[in-house]
Every structure is written in C-alpha cells, then in structure tokens.
Design a protein around this ligand. Structure first.
Ligand SMILES: [Cu+2]
Length: 334
C-alpha cells in the first residue's frame, strides 16, 4: 500500500480526519454490544480501493441480528436484501422470521484518500450472548475489483494475522441493572459491565432553590473506556452533566456532553468539578433523606444508585468518612 499525503484533503476533512482509525481495516466504531438490546453500528471504512474510489459497499447481517434498519446516506443509493432468518425470534412480543440479510450502498464515491462511515441499527438477540459475530463487508471498485473484509479466524488462529478480517462485534450478556447497594459506612455501590458507581452524595438545597447537584465516583474495571452520557432522576425535571470552568477568575458551570471513564480508571464527580446537575427539583433536597439517580453509560448502560443527601456544603457522603478511598470494592466485570 502506498502512503499519500494530500494537504488539500486533510484540510477539507478537518476534525473528521482525526477520528479515522489507526488501522487501515474496516471496523465497527463500537466493538461490543449487549445481547437483547438495540445496537447502532457505525462501519468505519478507512479508504477507497487501491488508488480508486469505492463506489459501492455491502454489509452482510449475521444470524441472530434482527430488525436491521440501515441509515440512508446522502449521495448513495440504499438497498436491502431480505431473507429468512434461521429461526423465528421474538421482537417485543411479535414473532419475526425474516428481515434484512444484506445492506448495499451504491452510486456514491469514497476516494482512496478519504475515510467514511456507514450506519445501521439492529437488535442483537439473546442467542448471541457470549459470542463474537462478524459483519462481512465488501468495498466495490470501478473496474470490477473488490476489497473484501470477510475473513474470519479459524479455531486457534489469531484474527490479527488475517489480512482482511471481517469487522467483529463482541456480544456480552445483559448487565445486572439492579444496583445492589451495600450500606457499608453509608457508601452505596452499584455496578454494570465492569463499571462501579461509588459513594454518591448530594447537597441539601437551601430555601427555594430549584436546582441541586449530585457527586459520585465511577470506577471502570473493564478493558474498554466508557463514557457517562446522561442521568435521570424522578426528583427533578431533568438531570444534566456539568463541569466547572474558571473564566476570568469566575467559576462557571457548563453542561458537557459526556464524562470519560478510562479503561481501568476512575471519573470523579466532586464539588468544584464535574457533577450531575438536577434542574427543576420537584421538592427541596433535605439532609438525611435520599433519592434514586440513574446514570447512563454509553457501553455499560444504565446504573441506578440511591443518593444520600448531606448538608448544604457537604464535600462527601454522610457515611463514615474514614472509609473514603479505602473502601474495598467488589466488581463484576463481564
Ligand atoms: Cu451545575
């Protein structure tokens, strides 16, 4: 393969270029999905054909992936091939025995120097829990040539040795959604998919304040980075992810889209830093009470914790503070 640097195309692509994968293989942006849930697949195609544009692309949908819906792409014609599934699946109470088995985008052009993404949504059925599935993907070129990402590893073979591996998706069993708090010194813990939420607390609200803040620590024992992407609670109209910024010597709060939780690392939401902002409280937050708060993670899904309410200026949970940071966590990582 030749390496070309085209200054004009780099400038044109701007920020989008920085998200191009390091590998030149076609791959799924999110390589892990939960069984019995909807999955948004973003197929990343890092180049066209060898020196020529890719003018069509197909993705084969494996058995057990149902209710597949591709996203139309401007400049490309979208077609689907339907076929019978190997069995009848239950789709929210409706039997489903056939559906999309291949998606085809055509009539567009992905120049060899560029990167593009092709998107679809599908339900990953429970049958696939604990397996790795492949989405064979083929790029078609103007002269009838193809770049086929369709190889799967034979038993005992390292998939990294394949020159053109099919994009893979690892399917994990559904996470335990019921956070089981162990009331150890006031500490609450809940976990899903290797992500543990520790020591949540909120500050009591003063007088008529209609907004409140909650703080907690997220520990990620998994091998993959995750992101906290939202929160909800029945005690407020909405909950936002916020951070604090220093601007001209003034501390300001800003909503943020997500809070990163690095693989094997921790995200700390604490006073003066990142926090969960609860807007439109339905009642004041009273010291000594608690409320449920659901945290939404990009990969681990939803985790609900019970948040104890401390004083107006609380800096940590109301439990025995000597346990803070020394608490032994039990983690489930699957
Ligand atoms: Cu805030």
């Amino acid at each position: 393969m030749t390496i070309k640097t085209t200054i004009a195309s780099l400038a044109l692509l701007g920020a989008a270029f920085s998200t191009a994968p390091a590998s030149a293989h076609s791959s799924l942006e999110t390589g892990q999905a939960t069984a019995d849930s909807m999955y948004k697949a973003v197929m990343r195609v890092p180049h066209g054909c060898d020196g020529k544009p890719t003018i069509a692309l197909t993705i084969d949908i494996p058995e057990g992936v149902i209710a597949t819906k591709p996203m139309p792409k401007p400049g490309w014609k979208l077609e689907t091939v339907w076929g019978a599934y190997g069995k009848t699946y239950d789709y929210y109470g409706t039997p489903m025995s056939e559906g999309v088995t291949q998606i085809r985008w055509s009539g567009g052009a992905l120049p060899d120097d560029f990167y593009d993404e092709f998107v679809f949504r599908a339900r990953i059925t429970g049958d696939l829990a604990g397996t790795t599935i492949a989405f064979p993907t083929t790029q078609f070129c103007p002269d009838g040539a193809q770049v086929a990402w369709t190889e799967t590893a034979a038993p005992g073979q390292d998939p990294h040795d394949l020159p053109h591996p099919a994009p893979n998706l690892m399917v994990v069993a559904p996470a335990e959604k019921s956070g089981h708090g162990h009331g150890h010194g006031g500490m609450q813990t809940a976990m899903a998919d290797g992500v543990a939420v520790e020591a949540p607390f909120a500050r009591a609200t003063a007088g008529p304040a209609r907004n409140g803040a909650a703080f907690l620590t997220v520990r990620n024992a998994g091998a993959e980075a995750d992101r906290l992407i939202g929160a909800k609670t029945p005690v407020a109209e909405r909950a936002e992810l916020h951070t604090h910024l220093h601007e001209n010597g003034v501390m300001k709060m800003r909503p943020v889209e997500a809070i990163a939780v690095p693989a094997g690392g921790v995200a700390t939401l604490e006073p003066g830093g990142d926090h969960i902002m609860m807007m439109g409280l339905k009642a004041p937050l009273k010291e000594g009470e608690s409320f449920p708060l659901t945290l939404i993670f990009e990969k681990a899904g939803e985790v609900t914790v019970d948040v104890p309410i401390g004083g107006v200026g609380a800096m940590q949970g109301s439990g025995d503070s000597s346990h803070h940071g020394t608490h032994d966590m039990k983690m489930k990582s699957n």
